[in-house]
Design a protein. Structure first.
Length: 124
């Protein structure tokens, strides 16, 4: 079992589904600002789903030193908090959700730093 591949597959599926939902069901219901917020959520969601898949491929390879699992979970939590708060903000208009979004961004930064660290460790 490879959690990063499972999480990446689920996240990718949801990113495409939510992107289609936004493009078709929300296009006429959201104002331009809310729609752009929703589109930002989809973009980051899909980009980090792909990062999870790449991470899962690395973890599943014969690498001498695979990256630690916490990186996968940090990406997944980042998607949930960053994109999730933006999805809700755009649909509900609850501006306080914008205060939560940076926590998801910090998760993304931590996971990317973890990848850099794991890559450095392999080459050391």
């Amino acid at each position: 079992m490879n959690p990063a591949l499972i999480l990446g597959g689920i996240a990718g599926f949801l990113a495409v589904a939510l992107g289609a939902f936004g493009a078709h069901a929300l296009k006429e219901r959201l104002d331009p600002y809310a729609l752009s917020v929703y589109q930002t959520a989809v973009q980051y969601h899909l980009a980090h789903a792909l990062a999870l898949l790449a991470l899962g491929a690395w973890q599943g390879s014969d690498a001498a030193s695979p990256p630690p699992a916490w990186i996968s979970w940090t990406f997944a939590f980042g998607i949930l908090v960053f994109s999730g708060s933006l999805y809700l903000l755009s649909i509900t208009g609850a501006r306080w959700l914008g205060a939560i979004t940076p926590l998801g961004g910090l998760c993304f930064l931590a996971a990317w730093a973890g990848i850099a660290w794991a890559g450095w460790r392999v080459g050391a």
